[in-house]
Design a protein around this ligand. Structure first.
Ligand code: NFE
Length: 449
């Protein structure tokens, strides 16, 4: 991920945020068996794998007329739930918290990002301990994923038609044992920690807010058809129902063969590194022309739940509270599993069709669109959450929420720490590093994301 920030008098005037890796999964999937989609698409990413597995399963099930038994739906929710929990624990403690406390003088805390640490040495020590405890707890979340998913990441249990794993009392108890440790940690450590940060860094509850437009496509479908996360759109405080037909993607400033704004059914993904206006591999999804924010804060806004602010720590607070909500829901899902009942139904109504799979992933709304002919994939399109949050500029010059959120930010620290704090609050999926190029002094600053 590359962030190019333009500063004047210490204030970010504008920023371009680019992804320098080409994904190419749309081409990889063409011509393959529709039933293999959860296995391929989970490889898009290691931190949100199960969500791609379930989104692709939903899409294939809709295309081929498949029905998932209640146990299968609940098992998938338990797999996705544990995947969310490992993600939220790791993102909060390992990726974001180091922006706000000083760890010991050893890797991975060195080199320290100097400046604006407002904690006492005792408080630094306490958060360092929580940092290491969170690794243990997030490992429990991955172990819970493995109970019903076979392994984590890239679980084998998720398939079109349900989940391959059988349900018995031993597995329920194993999952519950892991979940209890996670819920205790969330309640006793993680929630107090995020509230402590909000208290010590109060302006960051608001700094880095987005453009006021939010999306949730709905997530964690339950056997009665309800979803734990509702779907909807919020445009400047006005709530609207979400409709697939209003989604477009365009590539005006991305490295692809040019098309206008177009729905994913018609879209093609043809890379072209020579596009004169190109600066990134990220396309530009829009909803009725609007760039939208997705993720835990967006889900809370769409659901009309409590939030504490629209800025960087506001996002972290919503993420932590969401972890609690998911862990509590998982306790109930465990009660609803029926040992011995079927978990999968592979009966298909037809061999060809079109299907859409929507899920809420950790970072926000995820969509898969598939056209299948005689059991093989004809066309596949994927829009991931980070594509929404960090899209390229569109034909009207409108930027993503991610670029918008750091405009106007006052910078006092040489490593652009303020911008890093805001960028990381979206939990961007580009692994490794952000490279900040200081144009005046012509040096590149590498900052962990
Ligand atoms: Ni690579 Fe993912 C999530 C998906 S991309 S982490 O959450 O889909 O934003």
């Amino acid at each position: 991920m590359l962030v190019e920030a333009h500063l004047e008098n210490g204030v970010i005037q504008d920023a371009l945020i680019a992804d320098t890796l080409y994904r190419g999964f749309e081409q990889i999937l063409e011509g393959r068996s529709a039933f293999d989609m959860p296995y391929y698409t989970q490889r898009i990413c290691g931190i949100c794998s199960s969500l791609h597995g379930v989104a692709s399963s939903f899409a294939v099930e809709q295309a081929l007329g498949m029905t998932v038994p209640p146990n299968g739906l609940i098992l998938r929710n338990l797999i996705m739930g544990s995947d969310f929990l490992q993600n939220h624990l790791r993102h909060f403690y390992l990726m974001s918290m180091p922006d706000y406390f000083k760890g010991p003088d050893i890797p991975p805390f060195t080199p320290h990002l100097e400046g604006d640490i407002r904690l006492t040495p005792q408080e630094d020590q306490r958060l360092t301990e929580h940092y290491f405890n969170s690794i243990e707890i997030s490992r429990n979340a991955h172990a819970a994923f493995g109970v019903f998913g076979g392994k984590a990441p890239h679980g084998h249990g998720i398939v079109p038609g349900g989940c391959t794993m059988h349900v018995d009392a031993d597995k329920i108890n194993r999952y519950r044992g892991y979940l209890i440790t996670i819920l205790e940690f969330i309640n006793n450590v993680m929630i107090p920690d995020v509230e402590f940060l909000a208290e010590r860094y109060p302006e960051y509850v608001y700094l880095g807010k987005g453009n006021g437009n939010f999306l949730s496509v709905g997530g964690f479908t339950q056997p009665d058809g309800s979803t734990l996360f509702p779907h909807g759109i919020v445009l400047q405080d006005n709530h609207h129902p979400f409709e697939d037909r209003f989604i477009t993607e365009e590539v005006t400033t991305a490295w692809y063969e040019q098309t206008g704004p177009i729905h994913p059914w018609q879209e093609k993904t043809v890379p072209d590194k020579n596009q004169p206006q190109g600066y990134t591999w990220i396309k530009a999804p829009r909803y009725q022309g609007h760039a939208l924010e997705v993720g835990p804060l967006a889900r809370a806004v769409v659901a009309k739940e409590k939030i504490i602010g629209y800025g960087a720590i506001g996002r972290h607070w919503s993420r932590v509270m969401e972890a609690k909500k998911i862990a509590e829901a998982a306790m109930i899902w465990l009660e609803r599993l029926v040992p011995g009942a079927e978990t999968i139904n592979t009966k298909v109504e037809q061999e060809s069709g079109m299907g859409i799979g929507y899920v809420e992933a950790m970072r926000g709304s995820l969509g898969h669109w598939v056209k299948i002919t005689k059991g093989r994939v004809d066309h596949y399109q994927i829009i991931t959450p980070s594509t929404w949050n960090y899209s390229s500029r569109d034909e009207k010059g409108n930027c993503s929420v991610g670029e918008f959120s750091i405009r106007g930010l006052k910078i006092e620290h040489p490593e652009l720490k303020e911008a890093g704090r805001v960028i990381r609050s979206f939990d961007p999926c580009f692994s490794c590093s952000v490279h900040l190029i200081d144009g005046e002094r012509l040096r590149t600053l590498n900052v962990r994301v």
